[in-house]
Design a protein around this ligand. Structure first.
Ligand code: ATP
Length: 138
């Protein structure tokens, strides 16, 4: 498997809870390289592109509003199988049931939080990674 690049976001809940460093440490400890890193305030236009596949779903607008609620940290990570590997490191979408040992499983808290407050995003395919890197690192 060739070296891949993926787009990772530390979502506004992760930034507000000051977990950016912990999340970066887990990415680096896995052996992935941080190729690019920046804090960004997303725009509605960026989020419309990023979440285009979810447009029309009931959670779409709450998700967009949440992603506009504070800065995010955008990361390009590189490594062998990093696309699938990071999603495995992140854990399943819902932090309340994500496995221990994963970012969402260990750091997601049951505060009656919404599913969208799941700390991180990671691209799900090479096509998504290329598209999303274009949005966040235009
Ligand atoms: N049922 C839901 N209710 C509220 N928010 C949701 C729901 N399903 C998904 N989301 C939000 O939309 C995001 C994108 O959904 P998707 O199904 O692509 O999840 P994912 O692949 O686990 O997460 P991501 O793409 O952010 O890494 C999720 O990370 C979550 O923040």
């Amino acid at each position: 498997m060739a070296i891949q690049r993926t787009l990772i976001l530390v979502k506004p809940d992760g930034v507000k809870r000051q977990l950016t460093g912990v999340i970066l440490a887990r990415i680096e400890a896995k052996g992935y390289t941080i190729a690019e890193l920046k804090q960004v305030s997303a725009t509605p236009q960026m989020l419309a592109e990023h979440y285009a596949e979810h447009e029309g779903k009931p959670f779409y607008q709450p998700l967009v509003d949440f992603m506009l609620s504070g800065p995010v940290v955008a990361i390009i990570a590189e490594g062998q199988n990093v696309i699938t590997g990071f999603r495995s490191l992140a854990g399943t979408t819902d932090p309340t049931t994500a496995a221990p040992g994963t970012i969402r499983g260990d750091l997601g808290r049951d505060w009656g939080l919404k599913v969208q407050q799941n700390l991180v995003h990671g691209s799900d395919s090479e096509e998504s990674a290329a598209r999303e890197i274009g949005i966040w690192f235009a």
